[in-house]
Write a protein of this length. Structure first.
Length: 182
């Protein structure tokens, strides 16, 4: 507690957010963004569609909403991963394969996996293919797989969707027919 002459008692709160980002050697692909603010709380892995602007210092809007909502839900850290990792140039099969290796490794270190790719992948065959491959890994590892539900009961949202960006309800992920069919 801090006491100021003639003032009320105030509290000074401090917090540290540890950030670690994994790129390829050429810095053209971003595989994992790790954010930790309380190592004693639950850890989530969130899977979205494309690598954003967040790095070891800069934080984009998506990362901000992810961290705010997970903190409200009692989590203390998050691994942010994407179907597409490319920051520069075209996404390649090589980067996709490398991404699968990272998913396989990171899923063993978290309590929950949140699928938040948004509804836009319904018309993107490559995104559907990558999600199916990642789902196979998650199911094999017996991961707890969740998704964001809006107040009206619809599911499958990206963290920036207006109805969910300020408050999440996480519910079990339901595998859609798109993911079951090649």
């Amino acid at each position: 507690m801090l006491y100021l002459k003639g003032a009320k008692t105030v509290k000074i709160m401090k917090g540290t957010i540890r950030t670690e980002v994994t790129y390829d050697d050429e810095m053209k692909n971003k595989y994992v963004v790790k954010k930790e603010w309380d190592k004693n709380k639950r850890k989530a892995l969130i899977l979205m569609k494309s690598a954003g602007l967040t790095d070891e210092i800069v934080q984009d809007q998506t990362t901000m909403y992810v961290m705010n909502n997970l903190s409200k839900l009692g989590y203390g850290s998050v691994d942010i991963m994407n179907l597409f990792t490319t920051l520069e140039g075209n996404d390649t099969n090589g980067s996709g394969t490398e991404n699968l290796k990272f998913v396989q490794e990171e899923v063993t270190k978290v309590d929950d996996v949140i699928i938040a790719v948004g509804t836009g992948i319904e018309t993107n065959k490559e995104a559907q293919k990558r999600l199916r491959m990642i789902m196979a890994i998650l199911l094999d590892k017996k991961a707890t797989i969740l998704q964001i539900e809006c107040p009206k009961g619809r599911r499958g949202f990206h963290p920036l969707y207006p109805a969910v960006k300020n408050g999440w309800k996480l519910v079990p992920y339901e595998i859609s027919l798109v993911e079951q069919v090649d």
